[in-house]
Design a protein. Structure first.
Length: 102
């Protein structure tokens, strides 16, 4: 089991999964608030939610590919919080990595 690549990524998988679950709930809340501020339209709220959901799911994939192999610490509330923040800020994190690595 120790040689299994998924076993080595278990902390990253659990962290991104929990953060993504929280991000989905936050996206729904944000879509409702933003939709109500712009226009009280169910269709608008659905469109905003869909866009936010796509954004965090893509972010989860990008972050998992970029940083999962380096995630070795055990799962904690603080780690899940960092994953959650990273799901929303992933374009800035990628831009900083490119600027630092270039």
């Amino acid at each position: 089991m120790q040689n299994d690549p998924l076993w080595k990524l278990r902390h990253a998988i659990a962290g991104v999964a929990l953060a993504l679950l929280a991000a989905v709930l936050l996206a729904a809340l944000a879509a409702r608030v933003i939709g109500d501020l712009i226009a009280d339209s169910y269709g608008l709220r659905v469109a905003i939610y869909g866009g936010l959901l796509l954004y965090v799911v893509v972010g989860a994939g990008v972050l998992f590919v970029k940083v999962a192999q380096h995630e070795t610490r055990s799962l904690s509330a603080g780690r899940v919080g960092k994953w959650l923040a990273s799901l929303w800020l992933w374009p800035l994190l990628l831009a900083a990595r490119r600027a630092g690595g270039a």
